[in-house]
Design a protein around this ligand. Structure first.
Ligand SMILES: [Zn+2]
Ligand SMILES: [Zn+2]
Length: 445
């Protein structure tokens, strides 16, 4: 009997070892001769073979175990599922396979009351995070819980995945979560007293990227934590000077992604990417001004050089008639008016700031004043009639007029100050002016 036990023990040990090292052949042989081994667990942590395969990213072994009818939601000592361990270790193949096998995304462990989504966010594995979110969208979880409730799921201490990602400086996860509907101002408190927001935790972690993302999604710099501190004070306390500079309520407000606008939520991925990039560029410019002369000036990726490059390229394409700085990349559906991503975005953000966030008025086309129902990316075509002499006068306007408007825009950087009612139908008939007299004077403030 004793011999039998030790023999079984050595089989177990052999199996765990083979699983850990991805030795599929040994695993297959052992499971064929001793099928019950699949239910064995390690002595202390109670890890099943499936846990070990998931944590080590052994996708072939994991598939074999699942085919061998291993329960995808088997629990270890801490009541963690193999999916949690795969998300924790960033083993995307295993995460996907487990989700495919129907692993439950809504399980909570007993260490911190966390889900697989918390672990993916905490450890910054954004591909795993995306896979879990996408599975949650189509799983029974979405039906029973609601997807947005899942995105904002709280752990035992009231932290959402966004809190954890912000605290751990995982800016990519912060971005993905915000895009998926994570509440930017969620507080860790559960029973009335105010806890920390993701912005407080990002200030504590000292990640400029996370702070930039959170501010761009409308995080409130004035919100206070349980000790009555705003995020600025938290950043100062932890000696994150550059973060503090951005969080200082005396610093200029960043552009905020106009997420509540219907036209924004219905953007196609290409247009969304363009506008997001424009928002980040605008906010980085603003940061440069805030941090200028402070000891925290950023090692910024030579933004002004990029601008110069753009301008030389622009001479061959269509310049935006609002700022005369960037190329037109966005077209308003129906009227066909075009502008650059930066101006499109400022148009949407401007409107958002002036209206209640609950029911924002959609912005109107600055050229023809018709309501914007949809934004599209312009398909770049090559025109034969483009002026090739290297000047920027490739629009349909007369050079003098075009130059005049450029001058008016000098000093306004790439902000929206230069918005005029100047319009053009690029790629269609000749340029048109909606209402020439109200040019320039009609600046939104
Ligand atoms: Zn523009
Ligand atoms: Zn228009």
């Amino acid at each position: 009997m004793g011999q039998g036990l030790s023999c079984r023990g050595s089989h177990e040990h052999g199996l765990f070892r083979a699983v850990q090292h991805g030795d599929l052949q040994t695993v297959s042989i052992l499971l064929k001769t001793h099928p019950s081994l699949i239910h064995r667990t390690t002595v202390y942590d109670h890890h099943s073979p499936l846990h070990i395969a998931a944590a080590n990213g052994q996708i072939q072994v994991l598939s074999r175990l699942l085919d061998g009818s291993a329960n995808p939601d088997v629990l270890n000592r801490q009541k963690q599922t193999p999916l949690m361990l795969a998300a924790m270790h960033g083993k995307i193949d295993c995460v996907e396979k487990l989700l495919e096998a129907g692993a439950n995304v809504l399980m909570f462990d007993v260490c911190h009351g966390r889900t697989c989504l918390h672990y993916a966010a905490y450890y910054g594995h954004s591909s795993c995070l995306k896979a879990i979110l996408s599975a949650a969208q189509s799983s029974p979880v979405a039906a029973s819980w609601g997807f947005s409730r899942f995105v904002n799921i709280r752990d035992g201490r009231g932290a959402t995945p966004l809190h954890l990602a912000a605290r751990q400086r995982r800016s990519e996860c912060v971005h993905t979560l915000l895009c998926s509907g994570a509440l930017v101002c969620a507080s860790t408190s559960r029973y009335g007293c105010p806890g920390s927001t993701p912005l407080h935790l990002a200030a504590k972690g000292g990640s400029l990227d996370c702070i930039r993302e959170l501010l761009a999604w409308g995080a409130d710099r004035l919100q206070r934590d349980a000790s009555g501190r705003i995020a600025y004070v938290v950043a100062l306390k932890h000696k994150h000077g550059a973060c503090a500079a951005l969080l200082n309520i005396a610093s200029a407000q960043p552009l905020v992604w106009p997420s509540s606008l219907k036209i924004i939520s219905e953007l196609n991925p290409e247009a969304k990417l363009l506008l997001e990039q424009a928002l980040m560029d605008a906010n980085k410019e603003r940061e440069k001004n805030i941090l200028k002369g402070s000891p925290y000036s950023l090692p910024s990726p030579a933004h002004s050089d990029q601008m110069d490059d753009n301008i030389s390229e622009v001479s061959e394409t269509e310049l935006c008639c609002i700022c005369f700085e960037q190329v037109c990349t966005i077209e308003v559906q129906d009227c066909g008016h075009q502008m650059c991503a930066q101006c499109t975005l400022t148009l949407c953000c401007h409107n958002k700031a002036n209206t209640s966030t609950s029911n924002p008025t959609p912005p109107v086309c600055p050229f023809c004043r018709s309501a914007i129902s949809k934004l599209m990316v312009i398909k770049i075509e090559t025109h034969d009639d483009i002026d090739q002499d290297g000047t920027t006068d490739t629009t349909c306007f007369k050079p003098s007029k075009s130059r005049k408007f450029r001058n008016m825009n000098e000093g306004s950087s790439s902000s929206f100050k230069g918005l005029s009612s100047f319009g053009k139908m690029s790629g269609r008939s000749s340029g048109m002016i909606a209402s020439e007299n109200e040019c320039i004077d009609d600046k939104p403030q």
